[in-house]
Design a protein around this ligand. Structure first.
Ligand code: DAT
Ligand code: MG
Length: 133
């Protein structure tokens, strides 16, 4: 089934200058890029985007990090896009992520883990609307 998902190249990956390599991987994996933009989230934007985590101990730190520099947001389309993109990203903690995944390749820590991906059709709908209206 053709699905859409929301990907973010996080501030750590932008600072490391690996945006091009991550986008190349997205295209090599067969995703169609339907939308792409670079922006700098405000702390308030980051808090809204990650509201599901508002009660977690890492919420403040996560939203500080996500508003610390520019990000690239992408609207991706493909068969099984949500699951496929999460497989390409790898586990949340780069140290646990499988070899060949983007988080293993480019992530630094559980927080500075290079990329984001929607985790369900409901989340994808919210996240796509958040950035692409
Ligand atoms: P994912 O990004 O794999 O969907 P998540 O939704 O559980 O993971 O968490 C969102 C982000 O929050 C994650 O990419 C990095 C950060 N995070 C998650 N767990 C964390 C932890 N234990 N300590 C610090 N940051 C964490
Ligand atoms: Mg998540």
């Amino acid at each position: 089934m053709v699905e859409r998902t929301l990907a973010i190249i996080k501030p750590d990956a932008v600072k490391k200058r690996v945006v091009g390599r991550i986008i190349q991987r997205i295209e090599d994996e067969g995703f169609e890029i339907l939308g792409l933009k670079m922006l700098h989230l405000s702390k308030e934007d980051a808090r809204k985007f990650y509201y599901v985590h508002q009660d977690k101990p890492f919420y403040e730190s996560l939203t500080d990090f996500m508003s610390s520099g520019r990000v690239v947001v992408l609207l991706l389309e493909k068969d099984n896009a949500i699951k496929h993109w999460r497989e390409v990203m790898g586990a949340t903690d780069p140290a646990q992520a499988k070899p060949g995944t983007l988080r293993r390749q480019f992530g630094f820590s559980v927080e500075r883990n290079a990329v984001h991906g929607s985790d369900s059709p409901q989340t994808a709908e919210f996240e796509i609307a958040f950035f692409f209206g």
